[in-house]
Design a binder for this molecule. Structure first.
Ligand code: HEM
Length: 484
């Protein structure tokens, strides 16, 4: 039975592939790219280290390149001028997210990451306003400051650890406290159910992307999506309960603002369109913020610790600058940021050399677009090659060397569109400012309190692992408390 179904699906997909190839031939002016195989398209060239493979292909085929991910016609943009041309000059037709099945499961068209059109605009507006208010709200800055202290102290009883795990607890605690006023303890063994759920969702997303490209795989792994849905439901349930509690306490006292959710709910109330923001939208948006705000910042922090280990001179220089900026205080706060240009440059540099959103989040061409004299047909998937842009030797000197000084030197000529770790335009990352604050306080406090080394004193590999985000390879680090 299963063989018969597989055969029918195979014929169906082959027919679709031939049809899409015929359509592509009709678009004579597509950007160049490698020849696709039936069903798989160009996926075989991308199996390993897809961010590096795509960048190598882009060197050969140019700043605008056509790839087929399974049947999905995808245009990859790897040139700063073409990024501007597509995502800025023609932004009205390149703002939508490209929605495949996994995105539908997560969003159902009612979240922020994967919704489009008017629905997305309305949510983006209230979220942006709430983030703006969050930035100036003292409760929030106090929360991040406090959490950074716990984070730094937690290394005292765990001198040799996997920093990735602790960074994830830190960023998920910041998100949980910021959103819901809830947090978990630092420990190697105990993890909060939400952290566990986020880990599973990431895994489900990475697996899901293969199913999106090759839908016939679903036949052979019927339970793969069920696991993703089950885990998401845990996060949604948790969010729903918290939203109801917040609504109830705001009904008693609307001036009692304790967290981001309170800010969002009051923003919605003031929008004059309260009924638009129903429970499904709210819990999906909260779960988006938890998921997109945890792994991204934690991976960047883990990368920064890795580069500090591999570059002891930079580690020492950053520590000295932070000590001078802080004076007699015990812990760093956001007010110190203006006094630490070198450490700020280290954060900029890690976002360049190890951009966790290496290929950003795919967009969709909602009309025919023009790129460098080529045509991008309507309905194509659009990918900004964030990693390729940030490591292109024609744009950067020694791009694979971690060199914070490049940000302090006058010599580095730069287009606005070659460094886009948080994406670009009206769809750019909504949490970029929070992420930078977390990295500053989290890693800054560690540098002030510990000398950081690899477990065996040898340099760590700088080769990344690209799943749904670009992460470092797992490593153990030694944290030796500094006697101050
Ligand atoms: C170092 C940390 C982070 C990086 C590198 C990062 C990167 C990105 C990128 C590349 C995009 C897609 C932008 C585009 O399409 O142009 C994005 C979107 C998004 N990010 Fe982040 N992000 C980070 C942290 C965060 C945090 C802390 C939050 C939440 C508080 C967050 C929430 C979001 C959301 C909601 C979107 C979707 C926005 C929309 O579709 O309108 N991100 N991020």
């Amino acid at each position: 039975m299963i063989i018969t179904i597989a055969f029918i699906v195979l014929i169906f997909l082959l027919t679709r592939f031939l049809k899409s190839q015929q359509q592509s031939r009709e678009y004579v002016n597509l950007p160049p790219g490698p020849t696709p195989l039936p069903l798989l398209g160009n996926l075989l060239s991308l199996v390993k280290d897809s961010h590096i493979s795509i960048s190598k292909l882009a060197k050969k085929y140019g700043g605008a390149m056509t790839l087929y991910l399974g049947n999905v016609r995808t245009i990859v943009i790897s040139d700063p001028n073409l990024i501007k041309q597509v995502f800025v000059n023609q932004s009205q037709d390149s703002t939508n997210r490209f929605i495949l099945e996994t995105a539908k499961i997560i969003g159902n068209g009612k979240n922020i990451l994967f919704s489009n059109g008017d629905y997305w605009k309305q949510y983006r507006l209230v979220l942006s306003r709430s983030f703006m208010r969050l930035k100036t709200h003292s409760i929030m800055t106090d929360k991040i400051n406090k959490e950074a202290e716990y984070f730094s102290n937690s290394f005292k009883s765990n001198p040799i650890i996997d920093p990735a795990h602790f960074c994830k607890i830190f960023t998920s605690n910041v998100m949980m406290e910021m959103l819901f006023n809830d947090r978990s303890k630092y420990s190697n063994t105990e993890t909060h159910k939400i952290i566990e759920a986020i880990k599973n969702v990431e895994h489900g997303l990475a697996v899901g992307s293969s199913f999106d490209a090759l839908p016939f795989l679903k036949l052979f792994f019927p339970n793969a999506r069920k696991d993703l849905i089950k885990t998401l439901e845990d996060v949604w349930e948790y969010s729903k309960e918290s939203i109801v509690n917040h609504q109830n306490s705001l009904a008693k006292d609307e001036n009692q603002i304790n967290d981001f959710l309170d800010l969002l709910l009051t923003e919605i109330k003031g929008s004059g369109n309260e009924s638009f923001y129903d429970m499904e939208g709210l819990y999906r948006v909260c779960s988006d913020l938890l998921i997109s705000g945890t792994e991204t910042s934690a991976s960047t922090m883990t990368w920064l610790i890795l580069y500090m280990i591999n570059n002891k001179d930079i580690q020492m220089k950053a520590r000295k600058e932070l000590q001078d900026a802080m004076g007699d205080k015990k812990y760093l706060t956001m007010e110190d940021k203006s006094k630490t240009p070198f450490f700020n440059a280290c954060i900029k540099e890690v976002l360049r050399i190890a951009p966790v959103g290496a290929l950003s989040l795919p967009r969709e061409a909602t009309a025919d677009l023009e790129v460098g004299g080529y045509l991008i047909p309507k309905d194509s998937q659009l990918i900004m090659n964030v990693y390729g842009l940030a490591t292109n030797a024609e744009l950067w000197s020694d791009p694979l060397i971690f060199n914070p000084n490049r940000w302090l030197s006058e010599d580095q000529e730069m287009s606005n569109y070659q460094y886009i770790p948080f994406g670009i335009g009206s769809r750019a990352c909504i949490g970029s400012s929070l992420a930078k604050d977390e990295i500053f306080l989290g890693v800054g406090n560690l540098l002030l309190n510990y000398e950081i080394d690899s477990e065996n004193g040898k340099p760590l590999t700088e080769k990344g692992n690209f799943g749904i985000a670009l992460c470092s390879q797992p490593y153990q680090a030694k944290f030796t408390p500094l006697v101050i």
